[in-house]
Design a protein around this ligand. Sequence first.
Ligand code: SF4
Ligand code: SF4
Length: 335
Amino acid sequence: MIPFATIASLAGEQGLTALACIPMPGRLDGTGLDLMLADGVGDLDWLAEHRDFRLDPGRFQGWATRLVCTAMPYQPEAGDGDLRRGRYAAGKDYHLILRKKLAMVARRLEEVTGQPQRQRACADSAPLNERTLARLAGLGWIGRNALLISPDAGSYRLLGFLFLAADLELRSGPHGADRCGRCTRCVDACPTAALVDGRVLTTRCISYLTIEHQGVIPRELAVRFQGWWFGCDVCQEVCPWNRFAGPAADPRLTGRESDEALLAVTADSFDLVFAGRAVRRLSWAQYRRNLLVAGFSLGRRDWVERIRHDDLPLVRAQAAELALDRPDGPCPPCA
Ligand code: SF4
Ligand code: SF4
């Protein structure tokens, strides 16, 4: 049997220090997923298509005998300026970085053991209930903000998984027990009242609306955006456990940009400016829609005027939804 210390050491070489190794779990409880689907998932309708795979990780990779789970810290500091972006998107796209690190752990395991290792590395790249698996592995509990939290590292962490067929010693983390207690800070602070009964109402969540949603953002929600243009961290910013968040595990996960730099991006420079970053998941039209809504929510008439005349159907439709042509003021905070 390969000692857990061996893979922990190899993971440590990649900056992956929170680690657990569990046997392939049986079928997971689908109550949370089914409630989420019943609430409505907007443009994430593929979640329903992959329901069975999500609930049965053993079926997803039938050859695997071990699941190595890791949680990698990202930049815990907020960005500059009034336009706000999810911290996880500060630097380069974590999906590639984390998957490469996990694949490297598997390759090093081959070198150390002298045995070929069949492996599959996943980081938000496969139909897995990642937070549930990480909780099962003892890397944290799932808080009222629906995120994985560790008492010694908070929630600013990215989850990664390595399926292996190796005879690897099992080791769970110590942090699976719920420590939210009576706290409701995240529920109270959520700008759009998207946290209900320990789950996120997808179509009210700013993270969903700014990243996955393809259409117009309802005015009733847009007025509450507080300047968020890609993701939202409010339910993490208020979480007391994030006072224990450490620095990013990889310098490529860090970065900042000014408000003016974001507003100055053009259709021609968009691909180049955001190359290799999670922000590139947006289309150019979504990007401008998001800046329009973020500026609107901050009462920045000057920013709104720079965007609302874009020759983009999505932006024109969003401007109409926000009633920007009305003479009684384009933005609620400055009306
Ligand atoms: S990410 Fe923002 S909008 Fe979504 S649940 Fe958290 S605080 Fe609410
Ligand atoms: S803010 Fe409070 S209730 Fe919300 S996840 Fe953190 S500890 Fe739990």
